[in-house]
Ligand binder design. Sequence first.
Ligand SMILES: [Zn+2]
Length: 279
Amino acid sequence: MPPTAAVAASPSRFPIEDFGPSGASRTRNPDDFNASRNRLLRQLEPDDLLRMGDQCEPVWLAAGEALGHMGGPLSHVYYPVTATIALMAQADQLAGLQVTLIGREGLLASPVIDGPAMSPLNALVRTGGWTWRMGADAFRAEVALNPRLRGMLDHYLYVLLGEASRVSACTRFHGVEARLARWLLTLADRVGACGFPLKLQVMADMLGTQRSGVSVATMRLRQHGLIRYSRGSVVIVDLRALERSACDCYRWANQLRDHMLHVEAAPHAGDGNAPARTD
Ligand SMILES: [Zn+2]
């Protein structure tokens, strides 16, 4: 059961004191709720953070949960803290493709920024975790009176558009193993850890390919000592080598984000075996 306590405001960070008890399957870590762990929230002015904090609530998202369907409205916006959200392009009821992955560096909001609109993509929780949630109407009102937030969103949407466009070329010209390495590194960056749950079928859904192809690619990465995979969990063993195995889209997407979002110098996933990017 997600926490439902009212959210008070704090000028320096979203509060952690008033959260309700977490469910038995979750580890309550106060730092998970710290707004500074979401990069977009971290860039807000203290007064803006204070005002938005009054309208946000923390929610736990379970892996596989659908947050928005293609063609439907989005009732809330989400600022992930430890959760990740995949945007999926759906060709038919069975076939889909992950076009971008949203984590603590961004937010899920694009369909509601300028008014109620149909979502062009499905939004699916990729890895479970905490997120801040804000009603769509309240968010639109905040964007209307906050030029700084509006500017941040414009840059962020440009990044999402660039990444989504790149995926079409990536899928056509890059092999399954290189694409899998790319998304594993991206996921590590978003969750800030080298280990995370990820089943083979989910990997196949991410890449828009057959499970058998992902199974072979996973086996090769294991044989080369780049990852461990057991019981639906991935552990990246050699970040630098995995980055060398990834297609160039990983580096390209990081450069785009760093440039457009003005990221401070931060280690990328391939910088040794330190934690992944700190965005
Ligand atoms: Zn690629």
